[in-house]
Design a binder for this molecule. Sequence first.
Ligand code: ZN
Length: 408
Amino acid sequence: MPSCRTCHGHNLQCFLSLGRQPLANSFLSKEALAKPEPFYPLDVYFCSDCGLVQLVDVVSPEVLFRDYVYASSSSNTRRQHHARLAQEVFERFLAGKDSLVVDIGSNDGCLLQGFRPLGVRTLGVEPATNIARLAEAAGIETVNDFFSPALAQRLKEAKGGAHAITLTNVFAHIDDLDSLLTGVRTLLAERGVLVIEAPYLDDLLEGMLWDTIYHEHLSYFSVGPLIPLFRRFGMELFDVERTPIDGGAIRIFAGRAGESPPPTQRVGEMLALEKAKGLSSLATFQRFAARVQRSKEELRSLLGRLKAEGRRLAGYGAPAKGNTMLNYCQIGPETLDYIVDGAPLKQGLFTPGTHIPVVPPARMREERPDYMLLLAWNFKDEIMGRERWFQESGGKFIMPVPQVEVVA
Ligand code: ZN
């Protein structure tokens, strides 16, 4: 019987099924198209005991994260966001000290690059071998491994305690949170701070960001379930902030109990907001699931109508979340001729499950489709700015969230 990832209770209710889906980042080579693809259930559960929204079907991290196709630095928006985060953490917690920052799931070193000009020692921990190499090549020392209590112990002996441990877009990927927090507690220096940035459940609901649900994202966090989780490990959540990246995220600040500053007013305010929004009530999520179903019908009906009118359609951006949307809505190459994406790691490959070719953005300039489905909606401003010519020459974007909408 599955148990809750944060409280270990057994009162889990499935409120949304996105069907059986391939792994959202498992883009396929041309040769692989002929082979069978593994599909896994993508069902979302609510814990009636602590309120954590989560997946219970866990795909092995060795399969998901040893070879990875997403490099954080490939987006300007994310690079700038990380630089600001580094600056904030430095000013609040590290200024004037000889500090060590350890970034868990450090990807290509995007966040740690932001700490370098501040004179802070940095260390990345990144399991994806191909991505860890990119970080090393950019001069960011990186341990190519999964974070664990044993690794935390070794790092502490070799480098001393960490004054800040950061996880951005990683916390939701981790199945064994007990092991993570045991390691974090070990590695932190005295009065060290844990900084987590993760997509926020309230933003997921408000923004209808249902496509951000995929197998890598095991948990959909609100503040409520985290407080008792940290307590179990002798830690205390003392501050929380909201930030607009990726459609809406929270930054959580925690430290060892007795060493961290008193909780800010914001923590209480967020808990009150979550109560008012019904984030601890199953009915809230059942209503969300019904809206997701309607979104699917609207998107399919719009694309079907445009196709029947003879319009040429393509996709913009091949993010992992796009594959949740394409697979759930059953949109394939019969509808989208191709998807353009600027990331060289994805070009020449095909989307998992739906087999749409991913091509360089130049293709869009050559073929000038009538409509582009904006799968990478989180970089909407960046993309529409870069491709202004498209709309100026009569092209239209289709925004899939929060509601299906044509943007001329
Ligand atoms: Zn729970």
